[in-house]
Design a protein around this ligand. Structure first.
Ligand SMILES: Cc1cc2nc3c(=O)[nH]c(=O)nc-3n(C[C@H](O)[C@H](O)[C@H](O)COP(=O)(O)OP(=O)(O)OC[C@H]3O[C@@H](n4cnc5c(N)ncnc54)[C@H](O)[C@@H]3O)c2cc1C
Length: 409
């Protein structure tokens, strides 16, 4: 009997065990997944909680509901991987041997890494929305906030869903309009990037949209510390940004167990081949989802397309055959822009987000890099699709690889 061990039962780990339990012979393969958290979070839904659009109940379900029969779920935390011995040590002292290992331990926010963020003002005048607790606390704050200078600051890239801070600002613009206090709120985006987004065409489109909405961008802002009492962000080159309310996207890092295992880079992400997800050091270790150091977005859509490619290849790989599918870095993401509208971006390692329509040329129905109501509905539809189709490893009628059909160059 061979043993496939999966670390992390989040988006990627759950999809992997569902896909592979169907594909692998039960008489020959045992599958185990390890995760200390009993709750699965629909993280894209955190964005809507501060504005009262979603509640906590909309984004949580028990993890066990998504683990198929024939897969053992161990509620424990990984202490370290010992790749030389093909085994994983858990923090409770247990040891799990494996033949093949999938690391899917994701990325977490680390406010402790920026001096001042946690100094007494956390969840008083400094909030985050990348965690459920943060999103709920920020919702409570915004409900009665009477206005002032609201600054969204990204500490450093890469972050999960790099468009989420922009979405937050555009939803905030809508929210304060609806409350009738938009003229009393200044919206500022302090970002380490030189514009609103990384890729040139998207940066230009999104930059214009922010300008139209009177959201000011402070580019090239690398925060060094926060003066929580004085309510100021201070950058490495000694620029200052003052705020009344700070919404921080703290440093995102991979799990510390990867550093303890000697597998992680300086941010604890694990280097892998960007087309096959195989570790360059260990031929029986794969890394999927946000935990992987690959040059595409850290996003659920990427995890989904990546798992599609990985699952297609795995049977060939364990049979010693060549892998026939190569992941292209495909990512797509709806971008909420407020007032019931949204945009969509679709790109990969080689092709930046382009205008056009998706998925059908000339038909859409979704518009690329262009605001539309249907994109907003697409974003909202994503939640039932996530719970009922994607997590359960069911196939979507969309190819894992990016297509140029419908894109305008
Ligand atoms: C605010 C926000 C908005 C987002 N919006 C979008 C969006 O619109 N579209 C999109 O595609 N993506 C979006 N994302 C990103 C998306 O949620 C993530 O990219 C996706 O969940 C990554 O999946 P993952 O499996 O790699 O990590 P996760 O789903 O985070 O799972 C990692 C799992 O590993 C477990 N784990 C960690 N350490 C250990 C350990 N030591 N031992 C055992 N288990 C461990 C954790 O408990 C967790 O269950 C958003 C994220 C946020 C925060």
């Amino acid at each position: 009997m061979k043993h496939l061990l999966v670390l992390g039962a989040g988006t990627a780990g759950t999809m992997v065990v569902n896909r592979l339990r169907r594909q692998l012979d039960k008489a020959q393969w045992k599958i185990t997944v390890v995760d200390p958290q009993a709750t699965h979070y629909y993280q894209p839904g955190f964005l809507f909680i501060p504005f009262g659009i979603y509640q906590e109940k909309d984004v949580v379900k028990p993890k066990s509901a998504f683990i198929p029969s024939g897969v053992e779920l161990i509620a424990a935390s990984v202490d370290r991987v010992e790749p030389e011995h093909n085994q994983v040590k858990l923090t409770d002292g247990r040891t799990l041997p494996y033949d093949f290992l999938v690391i899917a331990t994701g990325a977490q926010t680390r406010p402790d890494q920026t001096p001042g963020l946690l100094d007494g003002e956390w969840y008083k005048s400094i909030y985050d929305f990348y965690t459920l607790d943060g999103a709920v606390a920020l919702g409570d704050k915004l409900r009665n906030w009477q206005g002032g200078r609201l600054v969204v600051n990204v500490v450093e890239n890469p972050i999960k869903c790099p468009v989420a801070p922009l979405e937050f600002l555009m939803l905030a613009d809508w929210f304060f309009h609806e409350k009738g206090i938009r003229d009393r709120v200044e919206l500022i985006y302090a970002t380490p990037l030189s514009g609103a987004f990384t890729k040139p065409i998207a940066a230009q489109k999104l930059g214009h949209l922010l300008e139209e909405k009177n959201i000011k961008v402070v580019p090239d802002f690398m925060v060094e510390h926060v003066e929580a009492e004085a309510k100021k962000l201070i950058s490495y080159d000694e620029q200052e940004v003052a705020y009344d309310l700070l919404v921080s996207v703290p440093l995102n890092m991979g799990d510390a167990a990867m550093a303890r295992s000697g597998l992680g880079d300086e941010l604890n992400y694990v280097p892998v081949d960007k087309h096959t997800f195989v570790s360059p050091k260990y031929a029986n270790i794969f890394v999927l989802g946000d935990a992987a150091a690959v040059p595409t977005s850290k996003a659920g859509s990427v995890a989904h397309f990546a798992v599609d490619c990985f699952a297609d290849n795995f049977l060939d790989y364990v049979a010693g055959k060549e892998m026939h599918t190569s992941f292209d870095g495909h990512a797509n993401c709806f971008i909420e822009s407020g007032f019931g509208k949204g945009l969509l971006v679709d790109f990969n390692y080689e092709t930046e987000p382009l205008p056009g329509c998706y998925p059908l040329p000339g038909v859409g129905p979704f518009t690329l890099l262009e605001e539309s109501k249907i994109n907003h509905w697409g974003k909202l539809m994503f939640r039932p699709i996530y719970w009922n189709i994607l997590l359960k490893g069911r196939k979507m009628p969309l190819p894992a690889h990016m297509s140029m059909a419908g894109k305008v160059q």
